[in-house]
Design a protein around this ligand. Sequence first.
Ligand code: NDP
Ligand code: GDR
Length: 371
Amino acid sequence: MSKKALITGITGQDGAYLAELLLEKGYEVHGLKRRTSLFNTDRIDHLYQDPHVDHQRFKLHYGDLTDSTNLIRIVQQVQPDEIYNLAAMSHVAVSFDTPEYTANADGIGTLRLLEAIRILGLEKKTRFYQASTSELYGLVQEIPQKESTPFYPRSPYAVAKLYGYWITVNYREAYGLYACNGVLFNHESPIRGETFVTRKITRAIARIALGLQECLYLGNLSALRDWGHARDYVQMQWLMLQQEQPEDFVIATGVQYSVRQFVERAAAELGVTIRFEGEGEREIGIVARVEGNRARCKPGDVIVQVDPRYFRPTEVETLLGDPTKAKNKLGWTPTTTFEELVREMIESDYSAAKRDSLVKLAGFQAYDHHE
Ligand code: NDP
Ligand code: GDR
C-alpha cells in the first residue's frame, strides 16, 4: 500500500514541487484547492490524472483553511499518513491589509488541521508538517538565526505564523502527535508568485530587456535575505516527517544578498549592466541606470525606481539562517547557488516574455498583470 499525503496549499509554489516529489516517491497525493473564479491549478496541471481511470494517485479536494467542517471531512476521507500544511495567505505586505483573514487562515487554520487529526483519533497515524517561516525572527535578535534564536514577528503574517508554530509544538507535547515546524527562509523558483520580490524582478527585467515594459518599481532595496530554491526545500519538508522523533528545523542556505544585488544579478544575466544612483535605506529617488547592454534598453535609461508604496509599516531588514542542525540530523544541504537560482528564474521569465513579444508582433494584444 502506498503512503497517503494530504497537501494544503497544493496550488502554490511549494505545493507543486512537493506534490511532484511525493508522486515520484510513490505516494498517493491529495491536495486541498480553493474555489476560485478563474482556474488556479497552473502549477500542477502537469500532474493531473483523469479521475475516471483506475489507480489515480493524484486527487484534488475543494476546501479552505477557514472551514473546519470541510477540513475534518477531507482528513476523514483521505486518512492521510502525512499532512503538509503549506496553505497560507503568504504575502507579508498584503497581511497588513488583511490582518484578520491572515490570522484566521494562517494561525487558526493550523489549529483546525491539528484538531481534525485529534477529533478523528489519528494522533498515532498522521504526521504533521507546519510551514513555519524565518519571518518569525523579524527584528532579529541574533545573526545568523537558528532554532534557538528568539522570535520577534514584525507583521500580521508573522504573528499569525507564530501562533501556527507554537500550536504545532503544543500539540506535539500535549497529545504526542508527530508534528514538526520547518522554519524555512525565503525560497524561490520560476513558479514563485509574481508579487514576491525575486519573481517581480526577474519578470520585469525580462520584459524590459525585450521592450515590453519601461521601468520596475520596488520598495526597500537594502533588505537582506537568505534565498534558496524551493525544489531543494521541499525535500527537507519530506525528510522532516521521516525521522524517528518529531523536531523543528531551520532550513536556509547560510548566504545573504540584498534586493539590490538580486536586481543587478538578474540584469547581468541578460547582458544589461546597471548602476544604482543614491544610497541609503528606504531612500526615495534611488534609480538604476543602464550602462551597457545587449538588450532593447539604451544606456542612460532608468529601469528601476524606488516607490514608497512598496515600503512596509514594519520591515524585516535582515535574515540569514544557520542550517547546521538540518545538515547534521537530516543530512540535508541546499544544492542550488544564488547565481543558479537567479539564472533559472530569469531564463524562464525571458522565454515567457518572448512569447508575449511574438504575440504583440503578430498584432495581438498581450496584457500584463499589475499589482
Ligand atoms: P504560495 O503563496 O505560493 O501558496 C500558498 C498556497 O496556499 C496556495 O495554494 C493558496 O491557494 C493556498 N491558500 C491560501 N489561503 C488559503 C486558504 N484560506 N485555504 C486554503 N488554501 C489557501 O506560498 P509558498 O508555496 O511560497 O509557501 C508555502 C508555505 O510556506 C506558506 O504557508 C508560506 O507562508 C510558507 N513559507 C514560504 C516561504 C517561501 O519563501 N516561499 C518561506 C517560509 C514559509 P491559491 O493558489 O488559491 O491562492
Ligand atoms: P518576504 O518576501 O516578505 O521575505 O516573505 P518578499 O519577496 O515579498 O520581500 C522580500 C524583501 O524585499 C523587499 N522588497 C519588496 N518586496 C515585494 N514583495 N515587492 C517589492 O516591490 C519590494 N521591494 C523591496 C521587502 O520589503 C522584503 O524586505 C516571503 C514570503 O514567501 C513569506 O510567506 C515567507 O514566510 C518569507 O518569505 C520567508
